[in-house]
Design a protein around this ligand. Sequence first.
Ligand SMILES: [Zn+2]
Length: 262
Amino acid sequence: MIFKLVIHLLVIIFLTAFTQIGGIVYFLVIIGLKNFDKKMKLVVFFVVYFLMTFAVVPYISPYFGRVKITNSDDLQPRSFFYILTNRNYVVPEMNEVLQSVAINFEKNNPGTKLIYLDANFPFFNGFPLLPHLSHNDGKKIDVTLMYKDGGKLTNRKPSISGYGVYEGPTKNEYNQIDVCKHKGFWQYDFPKYLTLGRINRDIEFSNKANRELISLFLKQQKVGEIFIEPHLKSRLKLNNSKIRFHGCQAVRHDDHIHVQLR
Ligand SMILES: [Zn+2]
């Protein structure tokens, strides 16, 4: 009995941390369908979870000051996973910033898409979207870097999740990663375990496209800070005070770009 309770509790904690609403849906299903068999509970859980995620939460979240990111031909999540887990909510101003940057980038580079990763959950300021502690107020988002394939820009990315494949410093560039790891911040390059698989080994980091993309974000009045690794900031010649170093207690930012509003 106690063992069962502990398992239920762990599932609730895991689902809450991962999807925000999954834990409460699970709790209601196990309480409400107490006398039904496991299979039935599982089916009902998935039906209710999908209904909530796609038909209820997007309509309630605006009352909590967040909207679901509006996807288009120019702006898309790295995978359906980000939508399925409710990790695609932002304040309305961030949605506008993303639309504007995506449209302008595509205008100069036809066929390219702005691809986003973790944003925020739909409800409650202060509720973090793990493992990103700061993604807790609707004002933060991670977007993927831009890559080229034989001189032409491509929408392909080097990892399945969108995280964890680094554009590391060259021998002559400042190596913040070594500095942080020598100081004992072992977690600094932890995202290398979060790739879910390395793919598209033939694509290459594009200096020009990444500089252009970050410049578009910098031009947005409402953008307050952008995090990328120091060696990329200097390689891309981005001398803007909005680009900050996030500190060794965070994780390295040469696999994605973190953008936050004022
Ligand atoms: Zn971030």
